[in-house]
Design a protein around this ligand. Structure first.
Ligand code: IAC
Length: 333
């Protein structure tokens, strides 16, 4: 009797394992920054939702911190199938995303939630050719960018000659304001700050806590500069190989995930700044209305430049821009 029970249990176990082995598909998901940062927090949330919603039919294996692919080889790595899924920051690929780089323009988004939902809708409406070789699973943005520095930037004129890490349009705005923008992905910034290659960075405040940048960058200046747009992309052949019901589950999750990430980051920006004040007594400077106007005037040319580039790429630049501003207004209301 005892032997029979054990045999039956073993047989049941073998059946279960076989069923799981047949049914479950494992997808790898690469990300470039460390696990504690918001692109990876949203990755883990997406993984949990996918595994739950597919009843375990899809298993997602996550690789944070550039352990599978780094910031700059992410796009190519997903296209060639080194990872099934990857998270890209669009400004790290200058000239590659003429349509979606509109989200990186200086239009003063009020929040991450507004920018992320706007980005999702723009992507859905235009489905630009620049992303046609991959499947876009979700999109989101960072929060509006501010200055975090080892030297106090109390007013715009303090920026003159100061080396600050940034990427994309923020680099051009920094040059226009007299600073020395140094382009690199976020994942290289800890070392650059540590070595003194840069005196600070311009990005969203989540990194004060998540990279412990507040320890070195005791001075923060609210500038409300552009957001950094991100896309989560999947290898096209791998996507095509998925069953229709699984595809539908992933498609249904896309906008929900953009909203979740926007809301998470909007809360987290606040927590990160509070934590930095308590932990390191960081000082936060605000600019005058006249200075914000100066930034606006100095960076207006970037919008014209984007339009010219988008037109050259065969896009209806005016329509994309008008839609983006209308969506921004809608989500801000
Ligand atoms: C981040 C970012 C990138 C990686 C991790 C956290 C950005 C904001 C965008 C950027 N928070 O590259 O500055």
């Amino acid at each position: 009797m005892r032997t029979l029970t054990i045999l039956l249990a073993a047989a049941a176990m073998a059946c279960l394992m076989a069923a799981t082995a047949v049914a479950a598909t494992t997808l790898t998901y690469a990300n470039f920054p460390p696990a504690s940062t918001f692109p990876c927090i949203q990755m883990e949330r997406w993984k949990d939702e996918v595994e739950k919603r597919t009843g375990g039919a899809l298993v997602i294996q996550t690789f944070p911190g550039s352990t599978l692919l780094g910031a700059k080889n992410m796009l190519r790595g997903v296209q060639t199938g080194q990872a099934d899924i990857g998270c890209i920051s669009l400004p790290y690929y200058p000239g590659v995303f003429p349509a979606m780089s509109a989200l990186n323009l200086p239009v003063a988004f009020a929040s991450t939630t507004v920018a992320s939902l706007t980005m999702w809708d723009i992507y859905q409406k235009y489905q630009p050719a620049e992303l046609a070789e991959v499947k876009v699973l979700t999109v989101f943005t960072s929060a509006p960018s501010n200055i975090m520095s080892r030297v106090p930037i109390r007013q715009l004129s303090d920026l003159r000659g100061v080396e600050l890490r940034a990427s994309g349009s923020v680099l051009d705005i920094l040059s226009a304001l007299g600073a020395r923008g140094v382009g690199m992905p976020m994942s290289q910034t800890p070392e650059a700050l540590q070595k003194g290659v840069v005196k600070g960075l311009v990005s969203s405040f989540d990194v004060l806590k998540d990279f412990n940048f507040a320890e070195l960058c005791r001075f923060e200046t609210i500038t409300n500069l552009p957001v950094y747009p991100f896309a989560v992309i999947m290898n096209k052949a791998r996507w095509d190989s998925l069953p229709d019901d699984v595809k539908k589950t992933l498609d249904d999750l896309g906008r929900d995930q953009a909203l979740w990430t926007g809301q998470y980051l909007d809360r987290h920006i606040h927590d990160s700044l509070e934590w930095s004040r308590e932990q390191y007594q960081v000082e936060v400077f605000t600019l005058t209305g006249a200075e914000h106007e100066e930034i606006r005037v100095m960076s207006a040319g970037l919008i014209d430049q984007w339009k010219a580039d988008a037109l050259k790429a065969g896009l209806d630049a005016d329509a994309i821009l008008a839609d983006m501003l209308a969506l921004k207004a809608k989500y801000e209301a």
